[in-house]
Design a protein around this ligand. Structure first.
Ligand SMILES: NC(=O)C1=CN([C@@H]2O[C@H](COP(=O)(O)OP(=O)(O)OC[C@H]3O[C@@H](n4cnc5c(N)ncnc54)[C@H](OP(=O)(O)O)[C@@H]3O)[C@@H](O)[C@H]2O)C=CC1
Ligand SMILES: O=C(CO)COP(=O)(O)O
Length: 327
């Protein structure tokens, strides 16, 4: 297919009153996104590995496929999709916020590697699914190097209560949503230990250069981390007990075992895996990640919540400068 034909198809899709959308993953986020698209009049099929539809049946005829499965299933499902020879004019969207433990890649990088000729779109923003299900107002970012593909996905989900912004920085949007989960664990600890609003503000603010340092090193654009998918998602996740990652940190501060917290949550808290994968990347590529490193050690039972706080406070004094991350 020529680039012109594909552009024309994506432009048509943007204005189509009914698009065939398949959502992979019937968890909290997949279900909430499916409801948004259904309410917009689109034809939505949801695939779950426990459901009646086979993956082949679920994606047959789909114009857009959105993956909202946990990080641990992304690589495997991408491989299964590849075997189904998905047409090149199908837009692939990823809404997962995580890093692959084996390859250390993001979901969009995995999709790019698996489907080099497809348009890959990232959907990421401050989007606690419980609030979206209630119809509360929210905004998100739909990012792709293929502007027309991003716009088609933007129109698929946008409605009165869900404002979608397009962006051309998929990696930045994805990494903002991914890295803030580790910070939310740290803030959960901070709040659980009742360290106060000053401490919480300091932690979130100092997390911003850390996230930008990692995010830009991995290919995102610095300004994206100040937008909805960066600072926006950081604020939502770090200040709401609806966030599962925040609840992991809060639970640890109360002396609960990680395994018990995760069992009680009954759903995905990606920050746990992300902290370990990020630590591996930072070690390999020599990136300074003071907050995420303490979270990694805490999750590994190497230090207590109090010791994590001490470590952060006792570091060598330095200048507050953003030159390094913004230059
Ligand atoms: N919930 C939210 O508010 C938001 C979540 N996200 C992100 O979306 C992703 C999913 O989160 P969420 O829906 O909340 O999590 P849930 O735990 O509710 O659901 C996870 C989904 O992933 C599926 N899954 C897990 N492993 C596999 C696998 N190996 N093969 C196929 N499917 C698999 C699960 O299937 P099964 O049920 O069969 O186990 C389930 O459908 C995460 O990366 C999260 O960070 C992003 C924005 C908002
Ligand atoms: O990503 C989210 C909100 O944007 C969901 O956060 P949790 O995974 O911590 O619940």
């Amino acid at each position: 297919m020529t680039a012109e034909t594909r552009d024309a198809l994506f432009t048509q899709l943007k204005h189509a009153p009914q698009v065939n959308l398949t959502i992979l993953g019937a968890g909290a986020w997949g279900t909430a996104l499916a409801a948004l698209a259904t309410n917009n009049g689109h034809q939505v099929r949801i695939w779950s590995r426990r459901g009646d539809l086979s993956l082949a049946e679920a994606v047959d005829g789909a114009q857009i496929i959105l993956s909202a499965i946990s990080m641990k299933g992304v690589s495997e499902v991408a491989k299964r999709l590849k075997a189904l020879s998905i047409p090149e004019n199908t837009i692939l969207v990823t809404a997962t916020k995580g890093l692959d433990p084996e390859s250390t890649l993001t979901p969009s990088q995995i999709y790019h590697n698996t489907f080099p000729n497809h348009a890959i779109v990232v959907l990421s923003g401050p989007n606690l699914s419980k609030e979206i299900e209630q119809g509360l107002p929210a905004a998100t970012v739909v990012a792709s190097e293929d502007v027309l593909a991003a716009e088609a996905v933007q129109h698929l989900f946008a409605c009165e209560n869900f404002r979608a912004y397009s962006s051309t920085d998929p990696l930045g949007a994805e990494l903002g949503g991914t890295l803030k989960n580790i910070i939310a664990i740290a803030v959960g600890v901070c709040d659980g230990l009742k360290l106060g609003y000053n401490a919480r503000a300091a932690l979130i603010t100092r997390a911003i250069p850390e996230v930008i340092r990692i995010g830009t090193h991995l290919g995102g654009q610095a300004e994206t981390f100040f937008g909805l998918s960066g600072l926006g998602d950081m604020l939502t996740t770090c200040t709401s007990p609806l966030s599962r990652n925040y609840r992991v940190g809060y639970g640890l501060s109360q002396g609960k075992e990680l395994e018990q917290i995760l069992e009680e949550l009954g759903s995905t808290a990606e920050g746990v895996n992300t902290a370990h994968v990020l630590n591996e990347i930072a070690r390999r590529e020599k990136i300074y990640i003071p907050i995420s490193y303490e979270v990694h050690r805490l999750l590994n039972h190497e230090i207590s919540p109090e010791e994590a706080v001490e470590s952060l406070m006792e570091r060598k004094l330095k200048q507050e400068s953003y030159d390094e991350v913004l230059s």
